[in-house]
Design a protein around this ligand. Structure first.
Ligand code: NAD
Length: 428
């Protein structure tokens, strides 16, 4: 009888949806630095959106080129000595070099396409032939820790807006205000949750009912509806009474944003987190049904992109009108303004850029004071280890009480995904 032996890492048994990062104090690699990187690689697949496709988040963000390469990476990490460096090119292991103990253990560059070659057409063609991937910011870097990372960033962003525009970032200051936004994907689903942590009500427009149901089941939105009247009544009466509510509305942002403006309603904050950076996969144009999106993309890829950009332009015009009427409006890192300009014409740039980007407007001032996102992960898998580091952070940064405040909120509101992890904006 041949016995089936358990592979040393679940990745070696792949393609599989059930990768689980190793826990405990036993080494599989030859040293802890390599073991740590191996656990981080396993962890992004444990918490990722579609592990069988190696997709971690944002529709296309992948952890490795393909399963053969994922296995090759694991085998290399298991053999890596302290004085060696594994070199990765766009999610593929291309060699191990003799370096030194102070050198990085892994060097990885993803999709560094430059100049005239850096076009969407070339990217999609190379994606189809399996020659490249998009690595996101934390997928191919094996740093993704689930929802908490972006949730923490969105919380800091809304906190900064509260401090600057609303007279504070607590329930008292935020309770009579509300935010209009769109997109409840991997990143976007952090919006209603972080708003609620600050006492801010929200109305989020999403085309895909499955996303609404998923977040509702996870407790991230309180109500979901496909009726705009009901959605507006719920969020506006909550804001009037000083209660906090998170409403998800099934609809297309390119239709809903202008309609709300047409009714003369002005939310306190207006933004968007659809995957607008990708006009082919990330933003459903107005007038196309969700069920027809994939077939339309297949049959008329260029027309689909043009229509998506036209719809983004309509949404951006509505956002400008909200701004004129006194709302706090910003773009949340999804390139919505640039895509809209492709349709409107770049001579409209001065007007469209009256909508500021979240980074220069709200976060860079924090970065310039050394305040930014840090994350720590208990490779042991033991929650008590996470608690110890949390406690240490709260003690070391006691001059910024918001650090301890966030850690407490995160403990209460964010379920653990994968290895116990914390994302926190420290200040140095
Ligand atoms: P995702 O693909 O997981 O989700 C996008 C969501 O938008 C989907 O649920 C989709 O159904 C919905 N959608 C598409 N078109 C729509 C429309 N017309 N109206 C309403 N809903 C629509 O993407 P994600 O991971 O949530 O990322 C969203 C964007 O945020 C990306 O562009 C990403 O690059 C950007 N991003 C920003 C930050 C930041 O710090 N601000 C960080 C990471 C990513």
């Amino acid at each position: 009888m041949i016995e089936k032996s358990t592979p040393v890492s679940d990745i070696l048994a792949g393609p599989t949806a059930s990768v689980r990062a190793a826990r405990g104090s036993e080494l599989r690699a030859k040293n802890w630095r390599a073991e740590a990187l191996l656990r981080m690689f396993e962890n992004v697949l444990e918490v990722g959106e579609d592990p069988v496709a190696l997709v971690i988040y944002a529709s296309l963000g992948k952890a490795a080129r393909n399963w053969d390469q994922a296995k090759a990476i694991v085998r290399a990490l298991l053999e890596l000595e302290e004085e060696q460096t594994l070199v990765l090119q766009t999610g593929a292991a291309i060699g191990v070099m003799q370096t030194g103990r102070n050198a990085p253990m892994v060097i990885s560059a993803v999709n560094n396409t430059v100049g005239v070659w850096a076009t969407p057409e070339r990217f999609y063609a190379r994606l189809a032939s399996g020659d490249t991937i998009w690595g996101g910011l934390t997928a191919a870097a094996w740093q993704y820790i689930g929802r908490q990372g972006v949730l923490c960033g969105t919380y800091e962003l809304l906190r900064t807006i509260g401090m600057r525009h609303c007279g504070g970032a607590n329930h008292e200051a935020m309770a009579h205000r509300w935010m209009l936004t769109a997109g409840l994907g991997g990143m976007g689903s952090s919006q209603p949750i972080s708003a609620a942590m600050l006492g801010l009500s929200s109305l989020t427009v999403e085309v895909d009912p499955a996303k609404l149901h998923k977040l509702h089941a996870a407790g991230g939105i309180d109500r979901m509806t496909d009726d705009l009247d009901e959605a507006l009544a719920t969020v506006m009466s909550a804001a009037q009474d000083g209660r906090t509510v998170a409403v998800g509305l099934k609809g297309n942002a390119a239709d809903v944003f202008p309609e709300i403006r047409r009714r003369g309603i002005v939310p306190t904050i207006v933004t968007d987190q659809t995957a607008a950076h990708d006009a082919r996969y990330g933003y459903l144009p107005s007038g196309i049904a969700l069920e027809d999106w994939a077939a339309y993309r297949e049959a008329h890829p260029q027309e689909l992109e043009d229509r998506a950009k036209a719809s983004m332009a309509v949404q951006v015009e509505a956002m400008l009108a909200f701004q004129e009427a006194g709302a706090i409006v910003f773009e949340n890192g999804n390139n919505l303004r640039v895509q809209a300009l492709e349709y409107l014409g770049h001579d409209q740039a001065e007007r469209v850029y009256r909508i500021p980007g979240f980074m220069p407007e709200y976060l860079r001032p924090l970065f310039s004071r050394g305040i930014g996102p840090f994350r720590w992960i208990a490779l042991s898998g033991d929650e008590r280890d996470l608690e110890q580091v949390d406690q240490l952070a709260a003690t070391l940064f006691s001059k910024r009480p918001e650090v301890a405040e966030w850690i407490e909120l995160a403990r209460r509101h964010i379920p653990t995904q994968g290895l116990p992890a914390r994302s926190c904006w420290l200040g140095h």
